[in-house]
Ligand binder design. Structure first.
Ligand SMILES: [Zn+2]
Length: 377
């Protein structure tokens, strides 16, 4: 199994300056290689291959001595990135995409990372040493498993540095088999509620982080274009964004792990997330994005652990249907968090009831598809 591990990098100024320099050189090489491709095609009607371009790297190092310290694999990866961009472009053209988007020259703002493969780096406990760059300290939040195939060093717009280890042969985690089923209803008031009555609140620190982000954005709007003040404000916004997204990710991983560990079958509603994200309300849009990410995490973690995630088609009265007797309460409004069923007198929590309905519908659908082979509790 392939897996990518991402960690924050710490280090001293010299190391980061060197890494910055590598980024700049890689970024330049990318643009030079793109220019060469365009030039050769324009005047010779020929395409220069990735292989032919990479054969010229020693020449480049001779002509521009500053490239001598940069690992050959790092430079090779730049050429390969360009090649991938070309291939993706032609694939889009072939598929008849009208706006295929020819690979473009990148500004430094759009060039964020360089990649090493087998050589030029060493992992020494909590330290990552890159030859000719220096020593980074890793914030190892979880252990790396499997064989490391590539090491990508990345600078975010905020100025923070990260490393991604892409590994293969990561051992699969075996969980105790479970036939327990759960339905999950995602919402705005709380992040989600499940059919066992467990409620996951949005952590309070999100609110703080979001408020801080809003303040930073307001400052950015007031700054004059192309001024230094604006540049600083942009970094602040990027930092705030990064913090919100890191905290979100931790939270989403935690919640997804909880469900994958404890349940064999997980029913979720098939929400049209991308359709929902298009609104300007910050808190809401972050929420929408989180659900999408959460479902993705659930899917991938479930697959990894041989659990099942079943999408239940969206059906209108999820919240309005009584999960005990099936009666529909048409009078229920969005503001009603609690309600009592008129037919069977069961009192309901809105989200809990919806989660039970999602599980119910999911199980019915599965029985129709696979028969009633499994006993589900
Ligand atoms: Zn009822």
């Amino acid at each position: 199994m392939r897996k990518t591990y991402k960690y924050r990098l710490l280090g001293n100024k010299t190391t980061f300056n060197r890494a910055d320099e590598w980024l700049l050189l890689c970024h330049r090489l990318y643009n030079i290689a793109l220019e060469q491709r365009i030039y050769i095609y324009r005047y010779n009607r020929k395409t220069i291959s990735c292989y032919a371009q990479s054969k010229q790297l020693p020449e480049l190092k001779e002509a521009f001595p500053e490239y001598q310290s940069v690992g050959s694999q790092v430079l090779l990866d730049v050429i390969q990135r360009l090649d991938r961009a070309y291939k993706a472009f032609f694939r889009r053209v072939k598929n008849g995409n009208g706006k295929a988007g020819f690979p473009r020259f990148k500004s430094m703002d759009r060039y964020h990372s360089f990649t090493l493969t087998q050589a030029g780096w060493k992992l020494n406990g909590k330290h990552l040493i890159i030859r000719n760059v220096g020593r980074f300290k890793l914030r190892l939040s979880r252990p790396i498993e499997g064989n490391i195939k590539t090491v990508t060093i990345r600078r975010e717009t905020s100025g923070n540095w990260y490393v991604c280890f892409s590994c293969d042969k990561v051992p699969e985690r075996k969980l105790v088999p479970s036939v327990k089923a759960v339905g999950i209803d995602v919402g705005i008031k709380s992040f989600c509620v499940d059919s066992d009555g467990h409620r996951e609140f949005n952590p309070a620190y999100f609110r703080h982080a979001e408020n801080h982000l809003r303040v930073c954005q307001r400052v950015l709007c007031r700054r004059i274009k192309n001024s230094n003040g604006r540049k600083d404000a942009r970094i602040l916004v990027a930092k705030a964004h990064e913090k919100v997204s890191n905290q979100r990710n931790d939270f989403l991983h935690k919640v997804a792990n909880h469900y994958v560990t404890n349940y064999g079958v997980i029913y979720i509603e098939d929400l049209n997330i991308s359709g929902m994200v298009k609104n300007n309300h910050l808190a809401k849009s972050i929420n929408d994005a989180s659900w999408g990410k959460f479902f993705k995490l659930l899917n991938y973690k479930a697959e990894e652990a041989a659990r099942k995630v079943v999408k239940v088609p969206r059906f209108e009265p999820t919240s309005k249907t009584c999960s005990a007797c099936g009666a529909i309460n048409q009078e229920l409004s969005l503001a009603d968090r609690q309600w009592v069923c008129k037919s069977c007198c069961t009192s309901h929590d809105r989200d809990y009831n919806a989660a039970k309905n999602i599980r119910g519908v999911g199980q019915t659908l599965q029985e129709q598809t696979y028969g009633t082979g499994q006993s589900v509790s």
